[in-house]
Design a protein around this ligand. Structure first.
Ligand SMILES: NC(=O)c1ccc[n+]([C@@H]2O[C@H](COP(=O)([O-])OP(=O)(O)OC[C@H]3O[C@@H](n4cnc5c(N)ncnc54)[C@H](O)[C@@H]3O)[C@@H](O)[C@H]2O)c1
Ligand SMILES: N[C@H](CO)Cc1c[nH]c[nH+]1
Ligand SMILES: [Zn+2]
Length: 451
């Protein structure tokens, strides 16, 4: 791994970071061409691109209901049990995130509030190039289901024989996915955004993927909603002398093994400790079933930062803004306040990042490439939209009319001012008429009583 030894008080800047894995110029170019092809040729493009990139010919992208039901019987029972265990904890976590519509009545009778409405349709991208991701089905479909989204469409690349993994289909069934299509990559994102003969477009696309998928989501954003840029995985492990180098090494490798473009960072406090972690990586690599991907990721995109203080380490973390941050240090919780930028924060030696990938409950779809500076983990909020509600009473209009007219006039917006002024005049006229009416009635009453 590349290594930087910081001097005391030397600032860690973004110049130290290589973001080419996350924002890959080649992938952006390729995704642009693919999206255009799908827009022009629809299903024909999906077939051609699936053959080109996944090496299989698919006639019908839609997975029939019978195949989904059959998968429940076909999937290994222990895997099914584990998926159900994970689903229960993910569902529970996301249920707690749910927001209700709310209304507030002001003293002057105005009612203001926020109405929460589930999205009509979402497309969830489930990766499948270099690994299988039934966990990603759960992480994306369950919050959509909890929120009340009616149409939950899953797209995922085919396996080498042109089918889908039974565990993916089982996860779709558990999490209430309503349509499944065997198509992946930038072409699947384009199909969800613009539609084809087979796939109807959706309102929003969520879910992680490789550099091509992340680039495609970025390109279609605006024509369709997207959750975030959730590209090649990242982890930053802050480790002090109390951390076992073998555990730190395996936690770095757990993200490196996702993708040769994954980015892994070790932030530590001595060269000797960094050497121990690097040595442990070599030992683990001998056993790894994914040694090639892992090695490439660590060699090309790995970085070790040797710091002289915890303040400097935390500054580095905030500049890196990693997808996952592991605080493998004594008293990890104490530093939470100083951590500004990280998708998910794992505290202490007993919290390997992998528990967050599968079962802890919080979402594993997380911002990458430094976008944790402004993006949050996928949540139920991604599957709803909000409408503001405003209802004025006559008293509220009288209260606020002067301010509206004043600001609208300053902005040069005549009709804005007039729309309020006319109503105010109508109110005042009605009030005057009523005062005059009461006065006249008073006189009449008096006359009747002979006063
Ligand atoms: N940030 C997160 O929340 C998060 C979560 C899970 C996984 N991930 C990441 O998701 C990614 C999964 O990647 P994957 O590759 O295994 O699956 P994937 O489904 O994202 O990508 C596979 C698809 O990429 C397309 N593709 C491959 N080579 C191409 C090329 N040369 N040109 C154009 N398109 C091409 C193909 O269509 C293929 O179907 C990894 O980077 C992993 O780290 C991120
Ligand atoms: N670590 C991934 C997010 O970067 C999520 C995942 C799914 N399965 C295993 N890991
Ligand atoms: Zn992972």
């Amino acid at each position: 791994m590349r290594r930087i030894d910081l001097q005391p008080l030397e600032p860690f800047t973004s110049d130290f970071i290589d973001r080419t894995g996350a924002f890959n110029p080649g992938a952006l170019e390729a995704a642009t061409v693919i999206i255009e092809q799908v827009r022009q040729e629809g299903d024909g493009a999906l077939r051609a691109l699936t053959e080109k990139f996944d090496g299989v010919a698919i006639e019908n992208f839609r997975v029939p209901r019978e195949a989904i039901d059959a998968a429940m019987a076909e999937v290994d029972p222990d895997t099914l049990e584990a998926l159900k265990h994970a689903a229960a904890q993910i569902r529970d976590f996301h249920e707690r995130q749910k927001q209700q519509s709310w209304f507030f009545a002001r003293e002057d009778g105005a009612i203001v509030g926020s109405k929460v409405t589930p999205l009509e349709s979402v497309g969830i991208y489930v990766p499948g190039g270099r690994a299988l991701y039934p966990s990603t089905v759960l992480m994306n479909a369950l919050p959509a289901q909890v929120t009340g989204v009616e149409r939950i469409v899953c797209v995922t690349p085919p396996t080498k024989d042109g089918t889908l993994d039974a565990a993916i289909l089982a996860a779709c069934k558990i999490a209430g996915v309503t349509e499944i299509y065997t198509v992946g990559g930038a072409q699947a994102v384009a199909a969800l955004a613009y539609g084809t003969e087979t796939i109807r477009p959706v309102a929003k696309i969520t879910g992680p993927g490789n550099a091509f998928v992340a680039a495609a989501k970025k390109l279609v954003s605006g024509d369709v909603g997207i959750d975030m840029i959730a590209g090649p995985s990242e982890v930053c492990v802050v480790a002090d002398e109390t951390a076992d180098p073998r555990l730190v090494a395996i936690d770095l490798m757990a993200q490196a093994e996702h993708d040769p473009l994954a980015a892994c960072y070790l932030v530590t406090f001595s060269d000797a400790y960094a050497d121990a972690v690097e040595a442990a990586i070599q030992v683990h690599l001998a056993d790894s079933t994914r040694a090639d991907i892992t090695r490439t990721s660590l060699e090309d995109h790995g970085l070790i930062v040797v710091c002289t203080s915890m303040d400097q380490a935390l500054e580095a973390v905030n500049v890196i803004a990693p997808e996952h941050l592991e605080m493998h240090v004594e008293g990890a919780m104490e530093y939470l306040g100083a951590i500004r930028n990280a998708g998910a924060i794992f505290l202490g030696a007993w919290t390997p990042e992998a528990v967050g990938d599968y079962v802890a409950g919080p979402n594993h779809t997380l911002p990458t490439g430094g976008t944790a500076r402004y993006s949050s983990p996928l949540s139920v909020d991604d599957f709803v939209k909000k409408s503001s509600i405003i209802q004025y009473s006559p008293a509220a209009l009288k209260n606020d009319a002067r301010a509206v007219v004043q600001i609208a006039t300053h902005e040069g917006l005549w009709a804005h001012a007039r729309s309020v002024a006319l109503r105010l005049k109508a109110l005042l006229d009605a009030e005057q008429a009523s005062v005059a009416g009461s006065a006249a009635a008073g006189v009449e009453d008096g006359e009747a009583r002979g006063e």
